[in-house]
Design a protein around this ligand. Sequence first.
Ligand code: FNR
Length: 184
Amino acid sequence: MNTVIGLIAGSLRKESFSKKIAWALIDMAPEGFEFKIISIEDLPVYNQDFDDYNNVPESYVKFREEIRSIEGVIFITPEHNRSVPAALKNAIDIGSRPSGKSVWNGKPGAVFSNSPGNLSAFGANHHLRQSLVFLNIPTMQQPEVYLPHINKMLDENGNLNDKDTKDFLQKAVDAYIEWFKKNK
Ligand code: FNR
């Protein structure tokens, strides 16, 4: 059986660059591993009242189940106003609750950030890491993955066509798998 690693893109946008990176990563999984995209699209904004057993939205149940079923997670995040996009933070919060029942605990992680500009969503990358520390997601430190000018790295069909970026991502994936094996 393959070890399943979740890929979570931090954007709801149909033509999201982050989603396109996630699709490109699927083919980079080494033997024995499967990379599976986990959607954060249908998650209502977290409200602590939903922790009540009778109130919990069906989409929360499904999302938490999906996170439970993966063994590690790679976040592919853009940046909104120098921080983590609200949709991604929302998904993280949903997975962290009810208190004491977080589905994130101990799953080795990585953060790959990207932007059309040249700062590569550095702010989002590091704000996200702050939450991952609290959630006990041991997160790969090296290589750091910052992808600038991501809009220029994709062709008209949305495929990642820049060889250097692909090679770098493959190296980052390989390093993540090593990290995963040591920290699972
Ligand atoms: C942005 N964008 C952006 N980019 C960046 O590098 N730093 C930032 O702080 C922001 N802030 C920001 C706020 C909001 C509300 C939006 C909608 C956008 C631009 C962002 O990088 C661009 O829209 C990306 O294409 C978003 O990622 P996806 O959806 O392509 O994955």
